[in-house]
Structure formats: C-alpha cells, structure tokens
Design a protein around this ligand. Structure first.
Ligand SMILES: Cc1cc2nc3c(=O)[nH]c(=O)nc-3n(C[C@H](O)[C@H](O)[C@H](O)COP(=O)(O)OP(=O)(O)OC[C@H]3O[C@@H](n4cnc5c(N)ncnc54)[C@H](O)[C@@H]3O)c2cc1C
Length: 470
C-alpha cells in the first residue's frame, strides 16, 4: 500500500482522496484551514448560513456531463434541488430562460425565430464538444471561444443572452478557449442544481468516505516544502517543520503557489518552475452576503444575472461594476451579490492582516456594494432597503483564508493562444508529484471533479478517468 499525501482539502483534493482511498491507497489530505472544504465551505453570520464557492451546479441531470463523476463519488444521493429557470437582464431586456437542453432551445427559438438554424447548430456543437473523444479535445482548446461564437451566432443580442452567465466563465475575447466556454456553458444549459444546505454536505460526504476507507484529513496543516530525493518525491514539510513522508504527493492547490514549495536544488528545472509560477490567474470577486428583512418576499431561487446597459459581456477588464449575480438562499431571507474584482483594486491593503485593514478598506467595500445595488435595483427596485445586515469579501479574503494567490477565484487562466503552457497536465517532472484542482482543465465544481478523476486514474490505473463511452 502506497502512502499518498494530498495538499489541499477543497473538492479537488477530497475527490482525489476519496477515489484513491477507495482503491486501497493510504491517503492523508492536509489542509491549511481549520476545516476541510476549501471553496465548498459554508460559514455563519448572525446564525445565518452563507456559502463561499458553490451556488449552482451545472450538468448533474441524468446522463449530463457531471452525472458519471458524481455517481462514482456517491454525491448524486445528496438532497439536490433542480432549478427550472435562470434570468438574464440588461437594461430593458429581460430573459427568463428555462434549463434543460430542449426547453432552452425552444425558448431561444421563440425569442429569436429567425435564428433557429444557428441555434440548433450552436447547441449541437456545444454537445459535440462536451462529449467529444478525449483525443480530439485539443482542437477545441486551440480555438478561440469568442471568434467561434461570432461566427456561429450572428445576432449580437442573442450572443449576449447566451453569454449572460459571463461571470462564471470569465469571458475574455482575447484568449478563452472554445472547449472551456462550451463545456461549462453546456453543463448549465443541461440543468442547474442547488444544495439547499450549501456545499458542506459534499465536503462531509467525501471526508466520511475517506475516513471510512482508512484515510485521514489533517486540518491546520500548511504545506511549505516538497521533499525529494534522487528525482523522486519523498514527502511534504509543514510550516511547523514536521515532515510527512509519502510515496506520492498530489498538489490540489494553485500550482503557481506550489512552485514556491519546490527547493532551489530540485530536479524540477528552474525553467519549468518559473513557467508555472508566472502563469496568469483569473480575477477574484467581490461578494456581499446579505441578511434581508423578514417581510422581503423571495420569489424563487433562480440565478439572476444583471448586466449594465451598453456593457460588453465579454469585457472583464474594468473595475466598474458592469455585472452582478444574485443568489437567493433557501429557507432563510438571505442573498449573495457577486461581481468580478481584480487584485489591483485591493492590493494596497494586502500587507495588512484581516480585520486590521483600516477605515478606507471598509469605505471601499461599502462603495462597491452600493455600485452593485445600483445595478441590482434596475431589476429589483428598492432591494437595498430590504438589507438588514451585510458582510462582504474581496480577493484579499480569498488569499488570506484559502491561500489562493492574489485572491483568484478560478485558478490558472486558460489561454487558447498558449495552450502548451496554460493547459496543465497532472504529471510533473518530479516522479511521484502530481497536480490536480481547478487550475488543471476547467474551473468550477464540475471541472475540478473531472480533474480529480484524471489525476487519480494516473496514480492508480484501476480508477477510470472517464465513462467508458469516451
Ligand atoms: C465566489 C465564488 C463562487 C463560485 N461559485 C461556483 C458555483 O456556483 N458553481 C461552481 O461549479 N463553481 C463555483 N465556483 C468555483 C468553485 O468553487 C471552484 O472551482 C472549486 O471549488 C475549486 O476547488 P479546488 O479544490 O481546486 O480549490 P479550493 O477549493 O480552493 O481548495 C484548495 C484548498 O487548499 C488549501 N490550501 C492552500 N494552500 C495550502 C497549503 N500550502 N497547505 C495546505 N492546504 C492548502 C486551501 O485552504 C483550500 O482549502 C465559485 C468560486 C468562487 C470564488
């Protein structure tokens, strides 16, 4: 039995640990925080539960892109609730879009009757890309998503409606690969699910499974150095100086951060380390967790995406609030407002510890919330008046608590122009050291889970990375 240490107990590390421990490996997952879960964690304010990085899950429908993976992990039995519709708003244009491939198509055909043929071609292409044989995926990575969309959908307004969930994709005209665009988008067109109790049940299930298989989760354990000898990994050093010996080490943290843990005299050449260390990461985000007054009626839990009139849905370079996602919680009068936020807008406070960033940081966050509310109120008038309490987080929060470099929300940014550098493989030049997590193939719970299967299958050949039909 090999000893395997996994760094990071987000869904990437936990799913990998679950699969490997189920296949007889001796697994220890180490986690910097006092509890496992990473972006799946829930937290409480005024006894109200808020989630961090799981609001909606795409592709969990039977036979959908995530179905095989979540079934294998035993996660389909959790009390999922299916959402029927999501909303996209921009100025006086309002779209209430049903979920499910055929309902989605039917709605779009009704709204854009002259574009039926394009829509059929579009959705078929998304499906083909999602389910294409693994060997063929590279050609879709090399294609630019925006260029493809412009050719496939000729009506600008229809392109906007399709791109309405742009925040979850980090749409970028210059370099978003078609594969990433198509797979993530298609998963949400297939189905959208929520877990009424938040991401915690996923964490609990995976932790329980790892423990039942004889594995361990060690919290408050921060990896600081990868140990190696004779071109083979030998373990991980913690910030306490303790060394945990291992035959295999799997990094489920941001790979740019991992590179700082490789010794200068490592057999991993400097050029590889520098290349990975300098990879660009995606934007972070600003989240306002809101307690709403008891008499505020929450209509349903549809995800609501609101865009500023005249804004380019594919331009995320501005620090102005041009788009927000509103998420309403089930069973409590609470909501989250989320909008992209760059590191540059908060870096002036980055040397200060959490809770001691001063009055101007508080003012900055208040101003950001008000900008978000201005946009929200174009759709939900007087929404601001319903707020009883609020708490907010910025990329600084994510860097402090999850050690995600510059508070990146989705890890390494994929770039169709430099695929060979931004599409990371689970292998590293150091024998026994592997990578997994959201920076590998696709971000999001689905993408991270798929990466976990890929990495686990390379470490243990008895684990199947894909459903047999692929
Ligand atoms: C605001 C927000 C909303 C989101 N909403 C959704 C959504 O609705 N649906 C969806 O599918 N996806 C969503 N995502 C994305 C999704 O949450 C992530 O893609 C996914 O959870 C990443 O998982 P991970 O395991 O790769 O990383 P993480 O969850 O970040 O886990 C990494 C873990 O490693 C730990 N760690 C870091 N460094 C060390 C170290 N040196 N030693 C030990 N431990 C360490 C961290 O503490 C963390 O627990 C959202 C993300 C954000 C930021």
């Amino acid at each position: 039995m090999r000893t395997i240490v996994i760094i990071g107990a987000g869904i990437g590390g936990l799913a990998t640990g679950y699969l490997l421990s189920k296949h007889g490996e001796n697994v220890t997952v180490i986690e910097h925080q006092k509890q496992p879960g990473g972006c799946l964690q829930s937290f409480y304010r005024n006894r109200l539960r808020f989630d961090t990085g799981l609001h909606y899950l795409g592709g969990l429908n039977t036979g959908g892109p995530l179905d095989y993976f979540f079934k294998e992990l035993g996660l389909t039995d959790l009390p999922w609730m299916e959402i029927k519709e999501y909303e996209v708003h921009c100025g006086d244009k309002h779209y209430f879009i049903p979920c499910g491939e055929s309902a989605w198509l039917e709605y779009m055909e009704t709204m854009f009757p002259s574009k039926k043929a394009e829509l059929h071609n579009f959705i078929k292409s998304l499906r083909d890309i999602t389910y294409c044989p693994i060997a063929d995926t590279t050609k879709y990575w090399e294609q630019n998503a925006w260029e493809w969309l412009e050719k496939t959908i000729t009506e600008p307004e229809l392109r906007d409606v399709i791109s309405g969930m742009s925040f979850i994709l980090e749409l970028r005209k210059e370099n978003l690969p078609l594969f990433a665009f198509a797979e993530i988008l298609y998963s949400y067109f297939c189905s959208i699910h929520i877990l009424p109790a938040g991401g915690q049940p996923i964490t609990d299930h995976l932790v329980k499974g790892i423990n039942a298989n004889g594995g361990k989760i060690r919290c408050n354990a921060t990896a600081v150095q990868i140990m190696e000898s004779g071109r083979q990994v030998t373990g991980v050093m913690l910030d306490t100086g303790e060394i945990i010996e291992a035959d295999v080490v799997i990094s489920a943290i941001n790979p740019t951060a991992l590179m700082s843990m490789i010794k200068e005299d490592s057999c991993i050449r400097h050029v590889y380390r520098r290349r990975v260390k300098n990879l660009e990461c995606t934007l972070g985000c600003f989240t306002a967790n809101l307690q709403l007054s008891d008499d505020y009626i929450i209509k349903n839990q549809d995800p609501i995406y609101i865009h500023k009139p005249g804004s380019d849905f594919w331009d995320m370079s501005t620090d102005d609030v041009t788009q927000v996602l509103i998420h309403f919680y089930k069973g409590q009068n609470t909501a989250d407002i989320i909008t992209p936020m760059s590191w540059d807008s908060v870096k002036r406070w980055s040397d200060m510890p959490a809770g001691c960033r001063g009055e101007d940081y508080v003012i900055f966050k208040e101003r950001k919330l008000n900008e978000c509310l201005d946009l929200v109120e174009t759709v939900l008038p007087d929404f601001g008046k319903a707020i009883v309490n609020h708490w907010s987080s910025t990329p600084l929060t994510w860097e402090t608590y999850l050690l995600s470099p510059k508070g990146t929300a989705y890890g390494v940014r994929k770039d169709n122009n430099s695929l060979e550098t931004t599409l990371l493989y689970p292998y590293t030049p150091l024998s026994g050291l592997y990578l997994t997590g959201q920076s590998m193939i696709l971000h999001g719970i689905m993408g991270t889970t798929i990466s976990a299967f890929q990495t686990a299958s390379l470490v243990n050949n008895n684990i199947k990375a894909w459903p047999s039909k692929l």
